[in-house]
Design a protein around this ligand. Structure first.
Ligand code: MN
Length: 425
């Protein structure tokens, strides 16, 4: 099926600013609360949120096989479960409805009043009821940096790292939407010179700049997804801050890996950008210099996406400090390989599952994607505009992740993924 929604020449009758992440070529999916307290599935064009439930009731999706209440839900899970053909039909239709050459909704003020909301009048909600969340560790630069800090430069990458997309099962219940405050977690830590552990608020609250992908129902228990088919089962992507309490993590992680140092909160951006919208930004993935096992071998070499990612720290006086700038395309293991590996043992992946990329560090300090790396485990503080320094985050800090793709024709973005840190309770 043609992705007519991606036509770069298409213009919307809704106003879209030049640098906006949400032109008519994006058409992401999300869930929002209207000012009348109605929860609906929607999309976004420019600074407008569009109620897909209302559009469907008014007959604008005629001819597409959809259940009557598919968009009148508080999560996208059922729509995602409908599969890629349906996503494409709906996205193409939305592009047609809002095309400047189409008068149908454009000329119907009563319908417009029912369907279109100013972004400032709605509240975005978590777009998916996330069943299972997995976090990978797929940036070679991040794994190397952490390895150097913990084991020294000779043994930075573990022997399995170039053979397996390393990952762990995370916690889904504490995944929250952008704008939700982060309460500084308390926990058990072992201070450097202490002989026994202490309890208290984390002193090393950190971000992990990541992306995450959302899957549709992919395989039955006992079956696996071939790597070259894996794309069919990926609905779209969000920005993802995998908040981490490094002192809690350091004490607890042996031998089973991250636990309470990660599970207190993870923030995602509210609009899921479809893989179809990202297709024009597909690019060559990093060359894998160790031959992988057959089930991880990909037919294509362009398995990466050119997504520019940035993180900012907004201090309480309103200053915005850039922390890092990196790119998704550096990720060593592709999303297809992650999904193939995840299911190779027969583990079933369901609609609404979420997989984190791992911290997406680039090669230099300017591109490191966690404070652990930027300030090198507390040894190299950064100085902010207000003259204060940070090695990790303070209470009152607002951490903002942004991401977008851009070529000569179009800019497709994710908006923001933000969380302000509040003192521990
Ligand atoms: Mn992570």
């Amino acid at each position: 099926m043609q992705l007519t929604a991606n036509n770069p020449n298409r213009k919307s009758w809704l106003h879209v600013a030049v640098d906006c992440d949400f032109p008519i070529q994006n058409i992401p999916f999300g869930v929002f609360l209207t000012k009348d307290d109605i929860i609906t599935i929607g999309t976004r064009i420019g600074e407008y949120a569009i109620d897909l439930g209302a559009l469907h009731q008014l007959g604008y999706f005629e001819g597409i096989p959809l259940t009557d209440d598919i968009f009148m839900q508080d999560s996208l899970n059922d729509f995602i479960a409908d599969g890629r053909i349906t996503w494409r039909l709906v996205r193409n239709r939305i592009a047609d409805i809002f095309d400047v050459n189409n008068q149908k909704l454009q000329a119907n003020q009563a319908h417009r009043d029912e369907v279109i909301f100013d972004m400032k009048d709605i509240e975005v909600l978590l777009p998916v009821d996330i069943g299972d969340y997995t976090d990978f560790y797929s940036s070679k630069e991040h794994a190397t940096n952490v390895g150097i800090m913990f084991r020294g430069p000779e043994n930075a990458l573990m022997p399995n790292w170039k053979h397996i997309p390393v990952g762990y099962h995370g916690r889904a219940s504490s995944i929250i939407v952008s704008g939700t405050p982060i309460i500084r977690p308390c926990g058990q830590t072992m201070p450097p010179d202490a002989s026994k552990p202490v309890f208290g608020p984390t002193k090393r609250l950190d971000m992990e700049l990541e992306t995450a992908f959302i899957t549709t129902a992919a395989n039955h228990l006992g079956e696996s997804i071939p790597v070259n088919d894996a794309e069919e089962y990926i609905f779209g992507m969000v920005l993802f801050n995998d908040w981490s309490a490094r002192d809690i993590q350091k004490w607890e992680y042996v031998p089973l890996g991250p636990f309470l140092g990660k599970s207190f909160a993870s923030t995602i951006s509210p609009w899921i950008v479809t893989m179809d919208a990202l297709e024009p930004f597909r690019c060559e993935s990093p060359k894998q210099d160790v031959e992988v096992l057959d089930y991880l071998k990909q037919d294509r070499t362009d398995n990466a996406y050119d997504i520019k990612l940035q993180a900012f720290l907004e201090t309480e006086n309103g200053d915005v400090n850039k922390l890092t700038e990196t790119n998704f395309k550096h990720m060593y293991w592709s999303m297809k390989q992650q999904l193939a590996h995840h299911t190779i043992n027969g583990c079933n992946v369901r609609a609404g599952d979420m997989m984190g990329s791992g911290t997406l560090s680039g090669a230099t300090r300017e591109a490191f994607a966690s404070m652990l790396e930027i300030a090198w485990a507390g040894k190299k503080p950064i100085t902010l505009k207000d003259g204060s320094t940070r090695v990790f985050f303070n209470d009152g800090d607002n951490v903002i992740i942004k991401g977008h793709c851009k070529n000569e024709n179009v800019r497709i973005g994710f908006g923001t993924c933000a969380g302000k840190i509040l003192p521990s309770k």
